[in-house]
Design a protein around this ligand. Structure first.
Ligand SMILES: Cc1cc2nc3c(=O)[nH]c(=O)nc-3n(C[C@H](O)[C@H](O)[C@H](O)COP(=O)(O)OP(=O)(O)OC[C@H]3O[C@@H](n4cnc5c(N)ncnc54)[C@H](O)[C@@H]3O)c2cc1C
Length: 392
C-alpha cells in the first residue's frame, strides 16, 4: 500500500457471504480491512434466501467465472467447513429426466466434464430405485460432490476470521457515495457512509470493493468517475420456494433438467433434514438505476404467492408422482440480480470488474452474483485478493 494517511487499506461494501469472504481474504493478506453492511446484521440479503447447496459445477460454460469459481470454491468450502466446524453434508444429488429430457441431461454430463467435474455418472434403473425408491425417471445422473451447508454458520465463521485477522465488520453502515481522492483515483477513495440514523460519516481507503449484491449497480452508480457504460442494467428474478408438510423419503437432493433462467423446481434438504421445492423463476423487471444504494432489500416483496403452488406440484409430480399437492405450502423466496433481461437470453457470467476494465485504480465491482455465489464465495475472495495485489 502507499504511505498516504488513509483511514483504511480496504473497504468492502456488503456483508453477505461474498463480501465476508472477500473481507476475510483481504484481512488475511495483511490489509487493514473494513466490511460495511447497511442492515442491522450481516447476511440478511440473498445470502439468507437461497438453497444452501454446495454446487459441484455441472451447469456452467467451461472457462467461465461461474465454472472456475464454482469448482475451486466447492473444494475450498468443504475444507473450510471441516476446519471451522460449519454444519454441512455432502449428500450428493440426482438429476433426473424423462425420455424428452435426455438431450438436456447429456449436455449437463458433457459440460460438467469439460468444466473439470470428473465424478458425475449415469445411474441404472436399479441404482435409482435403491437410492431414491419414490423417484420415477427414465434417466438419472448422480453428482457425488454436491452437498449442503448452513450458510448462517458459514457467515459467522467468515466474520470471525475477519476479526481474527484484525479486520472489522460494521452493520447499520450504508454506503452512500465514493469520490476519488487526489488528482487521480489511484490515490484512494473518500466514502460517504450513513451510520445508523446519523447524517453521513466520511472515511478514506485505498481499495474499494463493491460486493453489494442486489444493490451493486446502485452502489456503482454513486462512484464518481465510473462511466455509466461500466454499470450493467440489472433485472431482478425472484425464486420462490414451496415447503413440504409432513415427512419425506429423500436422502439426496433431486433436480429435474434445468429450465431457462434457473435449475428447475428441485428438491433441497436443509441441515435439519426438512424438504423444500424450488426455486422457480419469476422475472420482476429492471432495477431502477437511480435508487439509493442500500434501499433495495427493504423495498422488496419476498412473500410467496400461494397461486404458484399448483405449478410446483405439477413439475414435481413429473418425477415424484405420489406427491399430494395439498402438502405444499408457501415457503420463502430469494431474488437474483440477473444481468440478462429474460429467460430467452443465455445466462450471464459472474462479473468481476477490475481497474483494467473501467480505468479507476483501487476499485473492484462485482455484478450478477447469483447462484452459485455461496459455493463460489471463497474462490471469489481469492480472485479479489489477487486483483487487489495488482491494483495497489
Ligand atoms: C433463490 C436463490 C437460490 C440460490 N441458491 C444457491 C445455492 O443453493 N447455492 C449457491 O451457491 N448459491 C445460491 N444462490 C446464490 C447465492 O445466494 C448468492 O450468490 C449469494 O448469496 C450472494 O452473496 P452476496 O454477498 O453477493 O449478496 P448478498 O447476500 O445480497 O449481500 C449483499 C449485502 O450488501 C448489503 N448492501 C447493499 N447495499 C449496501 C450499501 N449501500 N451499503 C452497505 N451494505 C449494502 C446488503 O444489505 C447485503 O447484506 C441462490 C440465490 C437465490 C436468489
Amino acid at each position: 500500500m502507499t504511505g498516504k494517511a488513509l483511514d483504511l487499506d480496504a473497504v468492502v461494501v456488503g456483508a453477505g457471504a461474498v463480501g465476508l469472504a472477500i473481507g476475510r481474504a483481504l484481512a488475511q493478506s495483511g490489509l487493514d480491512t473494513l466490511v460495511i453492511e447497511s442492515q442491522p446484521r450481516h447476511g440478511m440479503g440473498t445470502s439468507s434466501r437461497n438453497s444452501g447447496v454446495i454446487h459441484a459445477g455441472l451447469y456452467y460454460p467451461p472457462g467461465s467465472n461461474k465454472a472456475n469459481w464454482c469448482v475451486e470454491g466447492r473444494e475450498l468450502l468443504y475444507a473450510f467447513c471441516r476446519s471451522h466446524q460449519v454444519a454441512h453434508r455432502q449428500l450428493g444429488k440426482l438429476i433426473v429426466g424423462q425420455h424428452e429430457d435426455v438431450a438436456a441431461l447429456q449436455t449437463i454430463a458433457s459440460r460438467a466434464k469439460d468444466a473439470g467435474v470428473e465424478n458425475l455418472r449415469w445411474l441404472s434403473q436399479n441404482e435409482l430405485k435403491t437410492m431414491e425408491p419414490e423417484v420415477r425417471a427414465h434417466h438419472a445422473l448422480f453428482s457425488p460432490s454436491t452437498g449442503i451447508v448452513d450458510v448462517h454458520e458459514l457467515m459467522l465463521a467468515l466474520e470471525g476470521e475477519i476479526e481474527k485477522a484484525g479486520g472489522n465488520v460494521v452493520t447499520q453502515s450504508c454506503f452512500l457515495a465514493a469520490t476519488p481522492l487526489g488528482a487521480s483515483a489511484c490515490q484512494g477513495w473518500q466514502l460517504d457512509i450513513k451510520v445508523g440514523q446519523q447524517e453521513s460519516h466520511r472515511l478514506s481507503c485505498q481499495l474499494l470493493i463493491n460486493a453489494a449484491g442486489l444493490d451493486a449497480d446502485a452502489v456503482a452508480n454513486r462512484i464518481e468517475g465510473l462511466s455509466a457504460d461500466h454499470v450493467p442494467q440489472v433485472h431482478f428474478a425472484k425464486g420462490n420456494y414451496a415447503s413440504l408438510t409432513g415427512g419425506h423419503p429423500f436422502k439426496h437432493l433431486v433436480y429435474p433438467a434445468p429450465v431457462p433462467g434457473g435449475l428447475g423446481t428441485h428438491l433441497t434438504l436443509n441441515i435439519a433434514g426438512e424438504a423444500q421445492f424450488g426455486p422457480d423463476v419469476e422475472w420482476l423487471g429492471p432495477a431502477d438505476p437511480s435508487r439509493l444504494p442500500g434501499s433495495t432489500h427493504p423495498g422488496l416483496n419476498y412473500a410467496v404467492n400461494a397461486a404458484r403452488l399448483a405449478d410446483f406440484a405439477t413439475s414435481v409430480q413429473r418425477w415424484w408422482p405420489s406427491l399430494k399437492a395439498e402438502r405444499l405450502q408457501p415457503g420463502y423466496s430469494g431474488i437474483r440480480p440477473k444481468l440478462t433481461q429474460n429467460a430467452k437470453e443465455p445466462a450471464a457470467d459472474f462479473v468481476l470488474q477490475r481497474p483494467g476494465h473501467h480505468g479507476l485504480a483501487g476499485l473492484i465491482n462485482l455484478f450478477g452474483i447469483e447462484s452459485p455465489g455461496i459455493t463460489a464465495c471463497l474462490a471469489i475472495g481469492n480472485a479479489v485478493r489477487q486483483c487487489a495485489k495488482s491494483s495497489t
